[in-house]
Design a protein around this ligand. Structure first.
Ligand code: XMP
Length: 211
């Protein structure tokens, strides 16, 4: 899953087009949507034929979450929300997504060092909630493989999307030892900031498919 966190349309479309034969899915977030607008999603989808997931880490009260999900899922194939806001807030998003046949992915433990201060302590409970609510997937860290393993055990057949390989130092092989074919490794800067994004995407694809 390519994390396409560039800021302008031209660059985003160029990288998306160059790399799309080597990726399965594209994740965009505030950087690109605030730098352009939600219609960038249609443009990426038309150009690449790939699904686009919006990483908005939605974290509000149920009625506001509902509005954000409604607008986002008019365009995107899925939306990422925070789990720490509780099951009523996550359910509000899930209700909208189910009507539109779209995906909901819940953040459990984030990949950056700060996630060990607070999130790590409640991440297992959030994974449990995600499983009980029957969302589609969770986000879990490639930077802490032991935690990735534990979270995967909790969520069972929900898929995992996992950031942290590349710029954040996660080891691809260790991560692939934990994930299975339904899961996704998220890679951003190591592709879009490389001198040759196409080659970088191709190289990751090769490592993943020959693992
Ligand atoms: P890099 O450039 O580090 O990009 O390969 C990683 C992408 O993933 C996002 N990110 C996260 N998203 N939970 C999330 O929902 C996380 O723990 C997490 N860690 C990183 C980041 O914003 C970027 O798009």
């Amino acid at each position: 899953m390519l994390a396409l966190d560039v800021l302008d349309e031209k660059n985003a479309l160029k990288i998306a087009e160059e790399t799309c034969e080597y990726i399965d899915s594209i994740k965009i977030g505030y950087p690109l949507v605030l730098g352009t607008d939600l219609k960038i999603i249609e443009k990426i989808k038309n150009l690449t034929g790939k699904e686009v997931i919006c990483d908005f880490k939605v974290a509000d009260i149920p009625s506001t979450n509902e509005k954000i999900a409604e607008l986002t899922l008019n365009y995107a194939d899925g939306i990422i929300c925070q789990g720490f806001v509780g099951k009523d807030s996550v359910s509000a998003i899930l209700n909208i997504a189910r009507k539109k046949n779209k995906k909901v992915i819940v953040v459990t433990e984030m990949s950056h060092p700060g996630a060990t201060e607070y999130l790590k302590n409640v991440a297992n409970d959030m994974a449990d909630m995600a499983k009980n609510l029957k969302v589609d997937g969770i986000v879990a860290p490639s930077t802490r493989v032991e935690r990735l393993k534990e979270l995967k055990k909790i969520v069972g057949d929900l898929f995992i999307i996992s950031p942290g390989v590349g710029a954040q130092g996660g080891d691809l092989k260790e991560v692939l030892n934990v994930l299975d074919e339904n899961d996704y490794v998220i890679i951003g800067r190591a592709i879009y900031e490389s001198e040759n994004p196409k080659e970088s995407a191709k190289n990751y694809k090769m490592q993943i498919s020959t693992f």
